[in-house]
Design a protein around this ligand. Structure first.
Ligand code: FRU
Length: 486
Protein backbone atom coordinates (compact mmCIF):
# COMPACT_ATOMS: atom_id res chain seq x y z
CA UNK A 1 0.00 0.00 0.00
CA UNK A 2 0.93 3.66 0.24
CA UNK A 3 3.50 4.96 2.68
CA UNK A 4 5.58 1.77 2.64
CA UNK A 5 8.78 3.11 1.09
CA UNK A 6 12.08 2.79 2.95
CA UNK A 7 12.36 5.49 5.68
CA UNK A 8 8.72 6.49 5.23
CA UNK A 9 7.57 7.83 8.63
CA UNK A 10 4.70 5.79 10.04
CA UNK A 11 3.56 8.12 12.81
CA UNK A 12 4.86 11.47 11.62
CA UNK A 13 3.34 13.65 8.94
CA UNK A 14 5.00 13.57 5.52
CA UNK A 15 3.63 14.61 2.11
CA UNK A 16 2.65 11.85 -0.35
CA UNK A 17 5.27 13.05 -2.80
CA UNK A 18 7.45 16.06 -3.50
CA UNK A 19 9.35 18.44 -1.30
CA UNK A 20 8.22 19.85 2.05
CA UNK A 21 9.79 22.32 4.46
CA UNK A 22 8.31 24.62 7.14
CA UNK A 23 4.90 24.08 8.77
CA UNK A 24 2.68 27.07 7.90
CA UNK A 25 -0.71 28.43 8.89
CA UNK A 26 -1.12 26.26 11.97
CA UNK A 27 -4.66 27.00 13.08
CA UNK A 28 -7.66 25.23 14.60
CA UNK A 29 -11.18 25.91 13.40
CA UNK A 30 -14.45 24.02 13.92
CA UNK A 31 -12.94 20.75 15.06
CA UNK A 32 -10.15 20.77 12.48
CA UNK A 33 -6.42 21.25 12.99
CA UNK A 34 -4.92 22.62 9.81
CA UNK A 35 -1.38 21.91 8.77
CA UNK A 36 -0.22 23.94 5.79
CA UNK A 37 3.38 23.58 4.75
CA UNK A 38 6.03 24.88 2.38
CA UNK A 39 5.55 22.61 -0.59
CA UNK A 40 7.06 22.00 -4.00
CA UNK A 41 4.99 19.24 -5.61
CA UNK A 42 7.07 18.74 -8.77
CA UNK A 43 10.40 17.57 -7.33
CA UNK A 44 11.99 16.31 -4.13
CA UNK A 45 14.16 19.39 -3.76
CA UNK A 46 13.21 22.94 -2.82
CA UNK A 47 11.51 24.81 -5.69
CA UNK A 48 8.74 27.37 -6.31
CA UNK A 49 6.86 27.36 -3.04
CA UNK A 50 3.18 26.57 -2.56
CA UNK A 51 1.23 25.96 0.63
CA UNK A 52 0.44 22.25 0.83
CA UNK A 53 -2.43 21.33 3.12
CA UNK A 54 -3.51 18.55 5.47
CA UNK A 55 -6.19 18.35 8.17
CA UNK A 56 -6.60 16.39 11.36
CA UNK A 57 -9.04 16.06 14.23
CA UNK A 58 -6.45 14.85 16.73
CA UNK A 59 -3.12 16.28 15.45
CA UNK A 60 -1.92 12.74 14.77
CA UNK A 61 -3.99 11.22 11.94
CA UNK A 62 -3.78 13.43 8.87
CA UNK A 63 -5.79 13.65 5.71
CA UNK A 64 -4.18 15.23 2.65
CA UNK A 65 -6.07 18.10 1.04
CA UNK A 66 -5.51 19.91 -2.27
CA UNK A 67 -2.77 22.55 -2.44
CA UNK A 68 -4.10 25.68 -0.74
CA UNK A 69 -1.96 28.50 -2.16
CA UNK A 70 -0.17 28.66 -5.51
CA UNK A 71 2.48 31.18 -6.58
CA UNK A 72 1.00 34.22 -8.36
CA UNK A 73 2.15 37.44 -10.01
CA UNK A 74 3.40 38.74 -6.64
CA UNK A 75 5.72 35.78 -6.17
CA UNK A 76 6.19 32.39 -4.54
CA UNK A 77 4.30 31.65 -1.33
CA UNK A 78 6.75 31.52 1.56
CA UNK A 79 6.08 30.80 5.24
CA UNK A 80 3.39 32.42 7.32
CA UNK A 81 0.44 31.86 9.62
CA UNK A 82 -3.35 31.72 9.67
CA UNK A 83 -5.99 33.15 11.98
CA UNK A 84 -9.71 32.68 12.57
CA UNK A 85 -11.19 36.15 12.07
CA UNK A 86 -14.14 35.64 14.43
CA UNK A 87 -15.26 39.27 14.43
CA UNK A 88 -14.85 39.60 10.67
CA UNK A 89 -12.41 42.48 11.16
CA UNK A 90 -11.17 41.88 7.61
CA UNK A 91 -14.63 42.09 6.08
CA UNK A 92 -13.86 38.89 4.16
CA UNK A 93 -16.70 37.08 5.95
CA UNK A 94 -19.94 36.70 4.00
CA UNK A 95 -23.41 35.52 5.06
CA UNK A 96 -22.23 34.93 8.59
CA UNK A 97 -19.32 32.71 7.50
CA UNK A 98 -16.24 33.29 9.60
CA UNK A 99 -13.14 33.79 7.44
CA UNK A 100 -9.93 31.89 7.92
CA UNK A 101 -7.18 34.33 6.92
CA UNK A 102 -3.69 33.31 5.85
CA UNK A 103 -0.85 35.81 6.19
CA UNK A 104 2.28 34.80 4.27
CA UNK A 105 5.38 36.07 2.50
CA UNK A 106 5.58 36.69 -1.22
CA UNK A 107 9.00 36.04 -2.69
CA UNK A 108 9.36 37.55 -6.14
CA UNK A 109 11.85 35.63 -8.27
CA UNK A 110 11.88 38.40 -10.89
CA UNK A 111 12.77 40.92 -8.21
CA UNK A 112 15.56 38.72 -6.91
CA UNK A 113 16.94 38.09 -10.41
CA UNK A 114 17.19 41.76 -11.23
CA UNK A 115 19.42 42.26 -8.20
CA UNK A 116 16.89 44.17 -6.13
CA UNK A 117 16.66 43.86 -2.37
CA UNK A 118 12.94 44.41 -1.99
CA UNK A 119 11.57 41.15 -3.37
CA UNK A 120 9.92 39.87 -0.17
CA UNK A 121 6.53 41.32 0.79
CA UNK A 122 3.56 40.14 2.84
CA UNK A 123 0.22 39.03 1.42
CA UNK A 124 -3.07 37.69 2.71
CA UNK A 125 -5.73 35.27 1.45
CA UNK A 126 -9.01 34.04 2.94
CA UNK A 127 -11.16 30.95 2.99
CA UNK A 128 -14.86 30.72 3.80
CA UNK A 129 -15.03 26.92 3.71
CA UNK A 130 -12.64 26.07 6.53
CA UNK A 131 -9.51 26.00 4.42
CA UNK A 132 -10.66 24.05 1.34
CA UNK A 133 -10.57 26.94 -1.15
CA UNK A 134 -8.74 30.25 -0.93
CA UNK A 135 -9.10 33.71 -2.41
CA UNK A 136 -6.15 36.06 -2.47
CA UNK A 137 -6.82 39.63 -1.37
CA UNK A 138 -6.88 41.99 -4.36
CA UNK A 139 -4.94 44.63 -2.39
CA UNK A 140 -1.84 42.43 -1.98
CA UNK A 141 0.85 42.95 -0.87
CA UNK A 142 -0.39 44.32 2.46
CA UNK A 143 3.14 45.12 3.67
CA UNK A 144 5.61 46.33 1.09
CA UNK A 145 9.35 45.88 1.38
CA UNK A 146 11.36 48.69 3.03
CA UNK A 147 14.54 47.71 1.13
CA UNK A 148 15.77 44.67 3.10
CA UNK A 149 16.64 41.30 1.61
CA UNK A 150 15.28 39.10 4.37
CA UNK A 151 11.80 40.25 5.29
CA UNK A 152 9.49 37.34 5.95
CA UNK A 153 7.56 34.68 7.84
CA UNK A 154 4.69 36.68 9.42
CA UNK A 155 3.20 35.12 12.54
CA UNK A 156 -0.10 36.82 13.40
CA UNK A 157 -2.21 36.33 16.51
CA UNK A 158 -5.13 38.05 18.22
CA UNK A 159 -4.00 40.17 21.17
CA UNK A 160 -6.88 40.38 23.62
CA UNK A 161 -5.58 43.31 25.72
CA UNK A 162 -5.24 45.70 22.80
CA UNK A 163 -8.09 44.15 20.77
CA UNK A 164 -5.86 43.99 17.72
CA UNK A 165 -3.86 41.66 15.52
CA UNK A 166 -0.15 41.52 16.27
CA UNK A 167 2.39 40.31 13.72
CA UNK A 168 5.95 39.15 14.36
CA UNK A 169 8.05 39.40 11.19
CA UNK A 170 11.74 38.65 10.80
CA UNK A 171 14.08 41.16 9.21
CA UNK A 172 17.54 39.61 8.85
CA UNK A 173 19.05 39.80 12.32
CA UNK A 174 15.98 40.87 14.26
CA UNK A 175 12.22 40.69 14.58
CA UNK A 176 9.75 43.46 13.91
CA UNK A 177 6.29 43.77 15.46
CA UNK A 178 3.26 45.24 13.71
CA UNK A 179 -0.35 45.93 14.68
CA UNK A 180 -3.53 45.85 12.63
CA UNK A 181 -7.24 46.09 13.27
CA UNK A 182 -8.30 44.57 9.94
CA UNK A 183 -5.39 42.35 8.78
CA UNK A 184 -4.98 44.66 5.77
CA UNK A 185 -3.34 47.79 7.17
CA UNK A 186 -0.33 47.30 9.37
CA UNK A 187 1.45 49.71 11.66
CA UNK A 188 5.08 49.13 12.71
CA UNK A 189 5.32 48.96 16.52
CA UNK A 190 8.83 48.03 17.60
CA UNK A 191 11.90 45.88 16.94
CA UNK A 192 13.71 43.28 19.00
CA UNK A 193 16.87 41.30 18.55
CA UNK A 194 19.82 43.23 17.15
CA UNK A 195 22.86 41.84 18.94
CA UNK A 196 20.70 39.42 20.94
CA UNK A 197 20.59 35.64 21.06
CA UNK A 198 22.09 33.34 18.48
CA UNK A 199 22.95 35.17 15.26
CA UNK A 200 24.72 32.41 13.30
CA UNK A 201 22.30 32.79 10.40
CA UNK A 202 19.37 35.00 9.46
CA UNK A 203 16.40 34.92 11.79
CA UNK A 204 13.46 32.99 10.39
CA UNK A 205 9.97 31.86 11.40
CA UNK A 206 9.26 33.91 14.54
CA UNK A 207 6.47 33.11 16.99
CA UNK A 208 5.31 35.12 20.01
CA UNK A 209 2.81 33.83 22.55
CA UNK A 210 1.95 33.93 26.26
CA UNK A 211 2.37 30.95 28.59
CA UNK A 212 1.44 30.66 32.21
CA UNK A 213 4.40 29.73 34.39
CA UNK A 214 3.46 26.32 35.77
CA UNK A 215 2.31 26.31 39.37
CA UNK A 216 1.92 30.12 39.47
CA UNK A 217 -0.53 32.68 38.14
CA UNK A 218 2.24 34.55 36.37
CA UNK A 219 2.19 34.83 32.57
CA UNK A 220 5.32 35.27 30.50
CA UNK A 221 5.75 35.75 26.76
CA UNK A 222 7.86 33.38 24.71
CA UNK A 223 9.53 34.47 21.49
CA UNK A 224 10.66 31.62 19.26
CA UNK A 225 13.20 32.34 16.52
CA UNK A 226 14.70 29.84 14.09
CA UNK A 227 18.16 30.39 12.65
CA UNK A 228 19.30 28.88 9.36
CA UNK A 229 22.82 28.16 10.62
CA UNK A 230 24.60 28.29 13.96
CA UNK A 231 22.30 25.79 15.66
CA UNK A 232 23.53 23.91 18.77
CA UNK A 233 24.85 20.96 16.73
CA UNK A 234 25.46 22.64 13.40
CA UNK A 235 23.19 24.01 10.73
CA UNK A 236 19.62 25.01 11.53
CA UNK A 237 18.32 25.47 15.06
CA UNK A 238 15.50 26.96 17.11
CA UNK A 239 16.14 29.38 19.96
CA UNK A 240 13.74 31.15 22.28
CA UNK A 241 13.59 34.10 24.62
CA UNK A 242 11.30 34.46 27.65
CA UNK A 243 10.09 37.93 28.62
CA UNK A 244 7.17 40.33 28.53
CA UNK A 245 5.08 41.83 25.78
CA UNK A 246 2.97 44.92 26.52
CA UNK A 247 1.17 45.09 23.19
CA UNK A 248 3.96 47.14 21.64
CA UNK A 249 7.37 45.96 22.79
CA UNK A 250 8.95 42.63 23.69
CA UNK A 251 11.32 42.88 26.67
CA UNK A 252 13.39 39.77 27.41
CA UNK A 253 14.11 38.58 30.94
CA UNK A 254 17.68 38.86 32.15
CA UNK A 255 18.40 35.27 31.28
CA UNK A 256 20.09 33.78 28.29
CA UNK A 257 18.36 32.62 25.16
CA UNK A 258 17.86 28.86 25.08
CA UNK A 259 17.45 26.08 22.53
CA UNK A 260 14.02 24.60 22.14
CA UNK A 261 15.56 21.41 20.81
CA UNK A 262 19.22 20.34 20.85
CA UNK A 263 18.95 17.86 17.99
CA UNK A 264 19.85 18.65 14.42
CA UNK A 265 16.37 18.19 12.96
CA UNK A 266 13.76 20.50 14.35
CA UNK A 267 13.52 23.70 12.37
CA UNK A 268 11.10 26.50 11.52
CA UNK A 269 8.67 25.27 14.17
CA UNK A 270 5.76 27.45 15.23
CA UNK A 271 2.58 27.06 17.26
CA UNK A 272 -1.15 26.78 16.59
CA UNK A 273 -3.58 29.67 16.81
CA UNK A 274 -7.02 29.26 18.36
CA UNK A 275 -6.56 25.86 20.05
CA UNK A 276 -9.30 24.85 22.53
CA UNK A 277 -8.32 25.25 26.24
CA UNK A 278 -5.55 27.59 25.17
CA UNK A 279 -3.14 24.72 24.73
CA UNK A 280 0.04 25.83 23.00
CA UNK A 281 0.92 23.24 20.38
CA UNK A 282 4.10 23.24 18.35
CA UNK A 283 5.12 21.46 15.15
CA UNK A 284 8.56 21.77 13.55
CA UNK A 285 10.07 20.68 10.26
CA UNK A 286 12.16 17.60 11.00
CA UNK A 287 15.18 18.51 8.91
CA UNK A 288 18.17 20.82 8.63
CA UNK A 289 19.14 23.09 5.74
CA UNK A 290 22.65 21.61 5.91
CA UNK A 291 21.49 18.44 4.16
CA UNK A 292 17.73 18.71 3.73
CA UNK A 293 17.79 18.37 -0.06
CA UNK A 294 20.10 15.32 0.07
CA UNK A 295 18.40 12.92 2.49
CA UNK A 296 17.98 9.42 0.97
CA UNK A 297 14.19 9.24 0.66
CA UNK A 298 12.61 8.38 -2.68
CA UNK A 299 9.38 10.07 -3.78
CA UNK A 300 9.11 12.66 -1.02
CA UNK A 301 11.41 14.64 1.22
CA UNK A 302 10.97 15.52 4.86
CA UNK A 303 8.54 14.95 7.71
CA UNK A 304 7.24 17.07 10.58
CA UNK A 305 8.12 16.56 14.25
CA UNK A 306 5.49 15.05 16.47
CA UNK A 307 3.01 17.70 17.62
CA UNK A 308 4.22 18.87 21.01
CA UNK A 309 2.51 20.70 23.80
CA UNK A 310 4.57 23.60 25.14
CA UNK A 311 4.59 24.65 28.77
CA UNK A 312 6.71 27.04 30.78
CA UNK A 313 8.43 25.85 33.95
CA UNK A 314 10.89 27.37 36.36
CA UNK A 315 14.11 25.47 37.04
CA UNK A 316 16.07 27.44 39.61
CA UNK A 317 15.95 31.04 38.43
CA UNK A 318 15.41 30.12 34.81
CA UNK A 319 12.24 29.79 32.81
CA UNK A 320 12.34 26.89 30.40
CA UNK A 321 9.97 26.00 27.60
CA UNK A 322 9.18 22.33 27.98
CA UNK A 323 8.00 20.46 24.89
CA UNK A 324 6.47 17.02 24.98
CA UNK A 325 4.25 15.11 22.51
CA UNK A 326 0.51 15.71 22.82
CA UNK A 327 -1.61 13.02 24.53
CA UNK A 328 -3.00 11.73 21.21
CA UNK A 329 0.48 10.50 20.24
CA UNK A 330 0.51 8.13 23.21
CA UNK A 331 -2.86 6.74 22.19
CA UNK A 332 -1.05 5.18 19.22
CA UNK A 333 0.93 2.95 21.56
CA UNK A 334 0.19 -0.71 22.07
CA UNK A 335 1.61 -0.33 25.56
CA UNK A 336 4.31 -2.92 26.10
CA UNK A 337 4.78 -4.78 29.34
CA UNK A 338 6.13 -2.49 32.04
CA UNK A 339 8.91 -3.68 34.30
CA UNK A 340 11.13 -2.38 37.06
CA UNK A 341 14.71 -3.57 36.89
CA UNK A 342 18.12 -3.08 38.37
CA UNK A 343 21.43 -3.08 36.51
CA UNK A 344 24.60 -3.65 38.49
CA UNK A 345 27.52 -1.29 37.97
CA UNK A 346 28.88 -1.76 34.43
CA UNK A 347 26.12 -4.23 33.55
CA UNK A 348 24.43 -4.18 30.13
CA UNK A 349 21.02 -5.67 29.38
CA UNK A 350 19.79 -6.66 25.93
CA UNK A 351 16.27 -6.64 24.59
CA UNK A 352 15.37 -8.18 21.27
CA UNK A 353 12.39 -6.43 19.74
CA UNK A 354 11.01 -6.42 16.22
CA UNK A 355 9.94 -3.04 15.03
CA UNK A 356 12.10 -0.78 17.16
CA UNK A 357 11.78 1.65 14.27
CA UNK A 358 8.18 2.21 15.18
CA UNK A 359 8.39 2.22 18.93
CA UNK A 360 8.34 4.16 22.11
CA UNK A 361 10.97 3.31 24.72
CA UNK A 362 10.42 4.77 28.14
CA UNK A 363 11.53 4.53 31.77
CA UNK A 364 12.38 6.65 34.77
CA UNK A 365 15.66 6.58 36.64
CA UNK A 366 17.92 8.63 38.91
CA UNK A 367 21.09 7.46 37.23
CA UNK A 368 22.87 9.93 34.96
CA UNK A 369 25.54 7.60 33.64
CA UNK A 370 24.17 5.13 31.16
CA UNK A 371 23.93 4.41 27.47
CA UNK A 372 21.25 3.20 25.12
CA UNK A 373 22.00 1.56 21.80
CA UNK A 374 19.61 0.53 19.06
CA UNK A 375 21.17 -1.86 16.56
CA UNK A 376 20.29 -4.03 13.58
CA UNK A 377 21.74 -7.19 12.05
CA UNK A 378 23.97 -5.09 9.80
CA UNK A 379 25.68 -3.56 12.78
CA UNK A 380 24.18 -0.14 12.25
CA UNK A 381 23.57 1.53 15.57
CA UNK A 382 22.24 4.64 17.15
CA UNK A 383 23.65 5.50 20.57
CA UNK A 384 22.39 7.79 23.30
CA UNK A 385 24.86 8.45 26.11
CA UNK A 386 24.12 10.13 29.43
CA UNK A 387 27.33 11.42 31.02
CA UNK A 388 27.09 12.81 34.55
CA UNK A 389 30.65 14.15 34.76
CA UNK A 390 30.10 16.53 31.85
CA UNK A 391 26.35 17.01 32.38
CA UNK A 392 25.86 16.09 28.74
CA UNK A 393 23.59 13.83 26.77
CA UNK A 394 25.22 12.71 23.55
CA UNK A 395 23.48 11.32 20.49
CA UNK A 396 25.70 9.37 18.13
CA UNK A 397 24.20 8.72 14.71
CA UNK A 398 27.55 8.42 12.94
CA UNK A 399 26.90 4.71 12.24
CA UNK A 400 23.12 4.75 12.45
CA UNK A 401 22.53 3.76 8.81
CA UNK A 402 22.96 5.76 5.61
CA UNK A 403 25.01 8.85 6.42
CA UNK A 404 27.25 9.36 3.37
CA UNK A 405 24.79 11.44 1.34
CA UNK A 406 26.26 14.57 2.90
CA UNK A 407 29.37 15.10 4.98
CA UNK A 408 27.89 16.95 7.92
CA UNK A 409 25.08 14.46 8.50
CA UNK A 410 27.12 11.75 10.14
CA UNK A 411 30.54 13.16 10.95
CA UNK A 412 30.05 14.23 14.55
CA UNK A 413 28.37 13.57 17.87
CA UNK A 414 25.49 15.76 18.99
CA UNK A 415 25.59 17.27 22.46
CA UNK A 416 22.91 18.50 24.84
CA UNK A 417 23.75 20.39 28.00
CA UNK A 418 21.54 19.03 30.82
CA UNK A 419 23.07 20.93 33.74
CA UNK A 420 19.64 22.19 34.75
CA UNK A 421 18.13 18.72 35.06
CA UNK A 422 16.94 18.53 38.70
CA UNK A 423 18.36 15.79 40.93
CA UNK A 424 16.21 12.74 41.50
CA UNK A 425 13.97 10.61 39.32
CA UNK A 426 13.42 11.74 35.76
CA UNK A 427 11.80 10.23 32.70
CA UNK A 428 13.56 9.24 29.51
CA UNK A 429 11.38 8.72 26.41
CA UNK A 430 12.52 7.83 22.92
CA UNK A 431 10.11 7.86 20.01
CA UNK A 432 11.63 6.06 17.06
CA UNK A 433 10.11 6.11 13.57
CA UNK A 434 11.44 4.82 10.25
CA UNK A 435 13.45 7.98 9.65
CA UNK A 436 13.79 9.72 12.99
CA UNK A 437 14.38 9.53 16.70
CA UNK A 438 13.03 12.04 19.22
CA UNK A 439 14.50 12.00 22.72
CA UNK A 440 12.60 13.62 25.59
CA UNK A 441 14.36 13.96 28.94
CA UNK A 442 12.34 14.87 32.04
CA UNK A 443 9.12 15.06 30.03
CA UNK A 444 10.45 17.59 27.56
CA UNK A 445 12.74 19.76 29.69
CA UNK A 446 15.46 18.64 27.29
CA UNK A 447 14.76 17.43 23.77
CA UNK A 448 16.84 16.13 20.87
CA UNK A 449 15.28 15.41 17.49
CA UNK A 450 17.24 13.81 14.68
CA UNK A 451 16.76 12.02 11.41
CA UNK A 452 18.26 8.56 10.91
CA UNK A 453 18.29 6.25 7.90
CA UNK A 454 18.98 2.66 9.05
CA UNK A 455 18.97 0.33 6.05
CA UNK A 456 17.35 -2.42 8.13
CA UNK A 457 15.08 -1.99 11.14
CA UNK A 458 16.77 -1.93 14.50
CA UNK A 459 16.01 -5.14 16.37
CA UNK A 460 18.02 -4.93 19.55
CA UNK A 461 18.08 -2.43 22.39
CA UNK A 462 21.04 -2.36 24.77
CA UNK A 463 20.95 -0.51 28.05
CA UNK A 464 24.32 -0.13 29.69
CA UNK A 465 24.85 1.10 33.22
CA UNK A 466 28.07 3.10 32.99
CA UNK A 467 27.91 4.40 36.56
CA UNK A 468 29.80 2.82 39.44
CA UNK A 469 26.69 1.99 41.43
CA UNK A 470 23.52 0.16 40.58
CA UNK A 471 21.03 1.65 38.15
CA UNK A 472 17.33 1.34 38.87
CA UNK A 473 14.88 1.62 36.00
CA UNK A 474 11.23 2.05 36.86
CA UNK A 475 8.37 1.43 34.49
CA UNK A 476 10.63 0.37 31.67
CA UNK A 477 8.71 -0.49 28.50
CA UNK A 478 9.07 -0.86 24.75
CA UNK A 479 5.78 -0.17 22.99
CA UNK A 480 4.84 -0.55 19.36
CA UNK A 481 3.35 2.49 17.74
CA UNK A 482 0.43 2.16 15.32
CA UNK A 483 0.83 3.62 11.86
CA UNK A 484 -1.22 6.76 11.30
CA UNK A 485 -1.64 5.91 7.60
CA UNK A 486 -3.34 2.50 7.94
C1 FRU B 1 12.77 28.60 6.65
C2 FRU B 1 12.54 29.39 5.37
C3 FRU B 1 11.67 30.59 5.62
C4 FRU B 1 11.05 30.83 4.28
C5 FRU B 1 10.86 29.43 3.75
C6 FRU B 1 11.02 29.30 2.27
O1 FRU B 1 13.09 27.26 6.44
O2 FRU B 1 13.78 29.76 4.82
O3 FRU B 1 12.35 31.70 6.16
O4 FRU B 1 9.85 31.55 4.36
O5 FRU B 1 11.81 28.62 4.40
O6 FRU B 1 10.67 28.02 1.83
Amino acid sequence: GAYQEPFRPQFHFSPTRGWMNDPNGLVYQDGVYHLFYQYYPDATVWGPMHWGHAVSEDLVHWQHRPIALFPDENGLIFSGSAVVDKNNTSGFGKEGKIPLVAIYTYHSIQGEKTGRNDFQTQGIAFSLDNGETWTKYEGNPVIGNPGVRDFRDPKVFWHEDTQSWIMALVVGDHVRFYRSINLKEWQHLSDFGKGQGAQGGVWECPDLFPLQVEGTDETKWVLIISIGSGGPNGGSGTQYFVGDFDGTTFTPNHEEYKWLDWGTDNYAGVTYNNVPNNDRIFIGWMSNWQYAVLTPTSTWRSAMTLPRKLSLKKFGDDHMVVNYPVEAVFELLAKGQTQDMVLKAAETKEFMHDGLNRSEISFTTETRDFSLALTNDKGEHLNVIFDAASDLVIVDRTRSGLTGFQQEFGNKLHYMDVKQLPKGLYEVTLLVDAGSVELFVNRGQFVMTQQIFPTRPYTKLLIGNTSNSQMELKGFSISNVASIWD
